[in-house]
Design a protein around this ligand. Structure first.
Ligand code: F3S
Length: 64
């Protein structure tokens, strides 16, 4: 699964990297950075958890 964040939509709520720090990190402004742009199967649940909890729907997931 591919993971990316839309920097135009992310405003730094931080839920993604709090809930799934294996997949998401934060930059110096508290905005999301994707640590695992191509997540392995064992991390797909965490990737979805982070994406599903972003109030701005800034995280896009794409199945392989
Ligand atoms: Fe940004 Fe949403 Fe995470 S606004 S910091 S992608 S919870």
């Amino acid at each position: 699964m591919k993971v990316r964040v839309d920097p135009e939509l992310c405003v730094g709520h931080g839920r993604c990297y709090i809930l799934a720090p294996e997949v998401y990190g934060e930059d110096e402004r508290g905005h999301c950075t994707v640590l695992q742009p191509q997540v392995t199967a064992d991390l797909e649940k965490k990737a979805r958890l982070g994406a599903g909890n972003c109030p701005e729907h800034a995280i896009k997931l794409e199945d392989d």
